[in-house]
Design a protein around this ligand. Structure first.
Ligand SMILES: Nc1ncnc2c1ncn2[C@@H]1O[C@H](COP(=O)(O)OP(=O)(O)O)[C@@H](O)[C@H]1O
Ligand SMILES: O=c1ccn([C@@H]2O[C@H](COP(=O)(O)OP(=O)(O)O)[C@@H](O)[C@H]2O)c(=O)[nH]1
Ligand SMILES: [Mg+2]
Length: 233
């Protein structure tokens, strides 16, 4: 069922002016795709749509998000959705967006929210589980606003893995997964994009009291032990 969206102005008041044009351009899309499918049940309604638990996992490129998500998902029973993986799957499935996604990832930029959120929504809806770790998203305030408009489930926890750029570059250059963006030039761009676009999202969730900042320097085990108490309660 289509539903009317609330005015964007309220939602984007915290967004940078430079993002407003991008947000406005997404409006038609938002209206077209907004549904009640994933929304919490309203008081007085008889049907009880499921409301999945969502946690976001953020951090710079190569910081170890995917590595830690695997551990968290196994230990605490989450479904791990890497948005980067969803996008790479689109490239290899040769879909209508494939070429655009490949170009964007190769340049280290952020794929249009309309595409990303559509893929994420489909992945959540097609899963028969209801506890998710969303890895590497939202990457910008524009992503976050689109997510709120289209999926609209408030994240319970937002993890932020933090480490210095030198270590992130080192980890990426040793990743060895044959990714088109794992080279020095693209990595430099991704670090700039992280600072300019993702840090504002991290600040937003920090102000909302949802952010858990994790020191991502150390062994994988050491880092996981820093994360464990967040989900163990
Ligand atoms: N604590 C760590 N110390 C050293 N290398 C790590 C650590 N955690 C992950 N790595 C390695 O760093 C690379 C990037 O990790 P990954 O989980 O893919 O990061 P992200 O998803 O944040 O880009 C991988 O090769 C991974 O094996
Ligand atoms: O929400 C997202 C997630 C990923 N990406 C693109 O996919 C790339 C790889 O993302 P991924 O999360 O796999 O990279 P990681 O940070 O884990 O190295 C990014 O640089 C972006 O170009 C994007 O545009 N939006
Ligand atoms: Mg990753």
């Amino acid at each position: 069922m289509l539903r009317r969206v609330s005015p964007l102005s309220k939602l984007i008041s915290a967004a940078k002016p430079s993002l407003l044009n991008q947000v406005a351009c997404g409006l038609n899309f938002l209206e077209a795709f907004s549904t009640d499918a994933l929304k919490p049940a309203e008081a007085g309604t008889t049907s009880k749509p499921r409301t999945p638990t969502i946690n976001f996992v953020l951090g710079g490129p190569g910081v170890g998000k995917g590595t830690q998500c695997t551990r968290i998902a196994e230990t605490f029973g989450f479904t791990h959705l890497s948005v980067g993986d969803l996008l790479r799957k689109e490239i290899s499935s040769d879909t209508e967006y494939g070429t655009m996604i490949l170009e964007t990832i190769t340049k280290g930029k952020i794929v249009a929210s309309e595409v990303t959120v559509k893929l994420l929504k489909a992945a959540i809806e097609s899963s028969d589980t209801d506890r998710f770790l969303i890895d590497g998203f939202p990457r910008s305030e524009e992503n976050r606003v689109a997510y709120e408009q289209i999926i609209g489930i408030e994240p319970e926890v937002v993890l932020f893995f933090d480490c210095n750029e030198e270590e992130m570059v080192k980890r990426i250059l040793h990743r060895n997964q044959g990714r088109v963006d794992d080279n020095l030039d693209t990595t430099k761009e991704r670090l700039k994009v992280f600072e300019a676009y993702t840090l504002p999202v991290i600040r937003y969730y920090s102000q909302k009291g949802k952010l858990h900042k994790i020191n991502a320097i150390g062994t994988e085990d050491e880092i996981f032990e820093r994360v464990r108490p967040i989900f163990a309660t």
